[in-house]
Design a protein. Structure first.
Length: 676
């Protein structure tokens, strides 16, 4: 009698299937529509091939293209294998290594045959064409289990030295899998894969670029070529992605920063920003805005040192976690004999003392804020205490990771720490949720809130983590934000080593997300740094410390704003809000009068009296993203009017100068002041 397996489906029904049956068989038993749509399966929660037989009784969820996350991961993995197969078909003797899926596509590291140069951009069209040929051939993707020795023998016989090296390190006592593409090409891989290459859309991928890579990421090893591609489920998704990339290139804050004369970066200060007057005006406006918000929220601003003794960082726990990303400074003493004119005017020769104390430049502000809190005796009646700082920090980021304003070594945070009692935590977090909502709404951002839960390596007891995580859940619920409208989601394992955290993920104008704001409920640091307050019972108690920021860092937030608005910042943030430009020199005196009136009302205005054609002036100031250009000629001077050209609008408006000033003044007022 044939043994039957019980396959439980998500709707609660149970299908009895013969041993050896596959998820594809279940889909076919349910109906031809599902049989055609099903591309993979989750068997007892594990993503598997649609044609892989069940091991026994199981819970089954069939995957279709509507399950986009799973479907994209499968498709991108398959595109990577097809890429490797195509390269080897075109250039026999090419060695393949590894090719994973990525967030928006895939790549594969390969080594060109010794008979030719490394692969380049010029090779990509031929590889794409070969990939489409393989996809259209609808080659079955078939899984087999091999022994380690089988793999070693195969790769050594075919001259695949990289694959052979890796195979020799695989465990002998585990089932190792390979996937065939048709009957003539295979790769070792854990899978899963789609049923055949034909399940991929041949128009839904594009090879993007090539780059150098080292075998196993070690520069001491052989250099390979990494071929990058982007892959999607259909051409519509691919076209949308390519459009986003095109828009992102236009909005690149580094490009716009040059065109708008906002900032620059150079080798002499790796990862630090040289702010120009116009760029720093944006910074100052943001800082003033945030100060008003913090003042209104009951925060008290402080300023703490850049350098603190390494022992302080050891006590806080940061030295053990972040030492490699911190800049340390030894205690230096001058060589007295080398001073003055006797040393040829060269000055002192600094020496590091043998028993030097080490100082560290702060990568974050929190330990210093605890030290401020600890000054004097604090009563429960004083809590909550909210300490804020526009704190400049330094982190030793790798050179290769630096990226314009988005990832720097020197940055300034809109940082604050709230010291409160256990009973005040939920209300303080709820209030912060509302404050963050006000700020992001003022900039027109939509956002999602995520709760990052305890990581595997952490400080503190499980009881403390249970309490801290639940407090954040409760606060978001009380703020009415634990729902789909705010994209509420919990992220296991992604919390800080000392605390869970709420994260705010902003969505920009072209659909990209940026993790910016955060608040963390911390019981570890007050304990480690011995912070306490006197409770109602006259005894000492530990405060809960809430770490919070809204912008995150000014540098990164300004970069996000530049790209979100494509340089066309809201008028209140624009470094130059208006330019008065003349058509003829006869209007120069009137232009100066208009500038004086605009300046008197607080509008940031410049004049352009150059002997240039007005069309040239319009193009130049449009490139600089000036919101309003006020054009004046002889007629405007006689009538007391201006022709207003607003950035992004085709038609100009002629209006009385006072009327134009009132219009500009309204737009130039920060949103929090406009509301009040």
């Amino acid at each position: 009698m044939t043994e039957l397996l019980k396959i439980s489906l998500p709707d609660g029904s149970v299908r009895e299937m013969e041993r050896g049956s596959t998820p594809a068989d279940v889909a076919a038993a349910i109906g031809p529509g599902l049989a055609k749509a099903a591309i993979a399966a989750r068997v007892d929660g594990e993503l598997r091939d649609i044609n892989r037989p069940f091991d026994g009784d199981a819970e089954l969820a069939l995957i279709t293209s509507r399950d986009e996350d799973d479907a994209l991961e499968l498709a991108r993995h398959d595109f990577a294998h097809v890429l490797a197969e195509a390269v080897q078909a075109l250039w026999p003797g090419t060695q393949i290594t590894f090719g994973p899926a990525t967030d928006d596509g895939f790549y594969y590291d390969v080594k060109a045959p010794d008979t030719r140069e490394p692969f380049s951009m010029d090779d990509l069209p031929a590889i794409e064409e070969k990939m489409r040929e393989i996809i259209k051939a609808n080659k079955p993707l078939r899984r087999e289990v091999w022994s380690r020795q089988q793999l070693i023998d195969k790769w050594e016989a075919e001259g695949e030295t990289f694959k052979a090296e890796w195979a020799r390190e695989l465990p002998e006592d585990e089932d190792l899998t390979v996937y065939w593409s048709g009957e003539d090409w295979l790769d070792m891989c854990r899978g899963p894969h789609l049923a055949s290459t034909g399940k991929l859309d041949p128009q839904a991928f594009k090879l993007m670029r090539v780059a150098g890579a080292y075998w196993r990421g070690d520069q001491k090893n052989a250099q390979l070529t990494r071929i990058y591609g982007t892959g999607w489920l259909n051409k519509k998704q691919l076209d949308a992605h390519l459009h986003r990339l095109e828009e992102a290139a236009k909005r690149d804050h580094r490009k716009l920063g040059r065109e708008m004369d906002l900032f620059h970066l150079q080798e002499e200060a790796h990862g630090s920003v040289f702010w120009h007057p116009k760029g720093y005006r944006i910074w100052r406006e943001l800082e003033a805005y945030m100060r008003r918000k913090m003042d209104g929220g009951g925060y008290r601003e402080i300023k703490t040192p850049q350098l603190m003794d390494v022992r302080q960082w050891e006590q806080s726990g940061h030295w053990g976690k972040y030492a490699e990303n911190m800049f340390a400074v030894p205690d230096i003493v001058p060589e007295v004999e080398g001073l003055g004119d006797d040393n040829g005017g060269k000055g002192a020769n600094p020496q590091v003392a043998g028993d030097a104390d080490w100082m560290a430049i702060k990568p974050m502000n929190c330990p210093a804020h605890v030290l401020v809190f600890k000054q004097g005796i604090t009563s429960y009646r004083d809590l909550p205490i909210r300490l804020g700082e526009m704190g400049c920090c330094h982190r030793n980021e790798p050179h290769g990771a630096l990226h314009g304003l988005m990832r720097v070594r020197q940055f300034t945070q809109d940082d604050a720490h709230i010291f409160c009692t256990e009973s005040q935590v939920v209300e303080e977090v709820r209030a912060f949720c509302k404050l963050a909502d006000e700020v992001y709404s003022d900039f027109g951002f939509k956002y999602e809130i995520k709760l990052a839960l305890r990581p595997e390596k952490r400080l503190g007891s499980d009881a403390d983590w249970d309490r801290a995580e639940q407090e954040l859940r409760d606060a978001v619920a009380e703020a009415g934000m634990d729902n789909e409208t705010y994209g509420w989601e919990e992220l296991p394992g992604e919390g800080a080593f000392y605390a869970p955290k709420l994260e705010w993920h902003l969505t920009d104008a072209i659909g990209r997300t940026w993790q910016v704001g955060t608040i963390q409920g911390d019981r570890v640091l007050p304990e480690r740094l011995d912070a306490s307050y006197v409770g109602e019972d006259g005894e000492k108690h530990r405060p809960v410390m809430l770490h919070r920021a809204i912008f995150g860092s000014y540098e990164r937030f300004i970069g996000i704003l530049i790209e979100h608005f494509a340089g066309r910042l809201p008028v209140w943030l624009a470094p130059v809000q208006a330019v008065v430009a003349t058509i003829v020199s006869d209007a120069d005196d009137y232009a100066r009068e208009a500038v004086a009136k605009l300046e008197a009302t607080g509008i940031r205005v410049e004049s352009d009296l150059r002997n240039e054609k007005i069309n040239y002036k319009v193009r130049e100031h449009s490139l600089a993203k000036v919101p309003h250009l006020l054009v004046v000629g002889k007629r405007e001077a006689e009538e007391g009017t201006v022709a207003v050209r607003t950035l992004g609008e085709k038609e100009q408006r002629v209006m009385n100068l006072d009327e134009a000033i009132a219009m500009l003044k309204d737009g130039a007022t920060p949103p929090d002041l406009r509301e009040s």
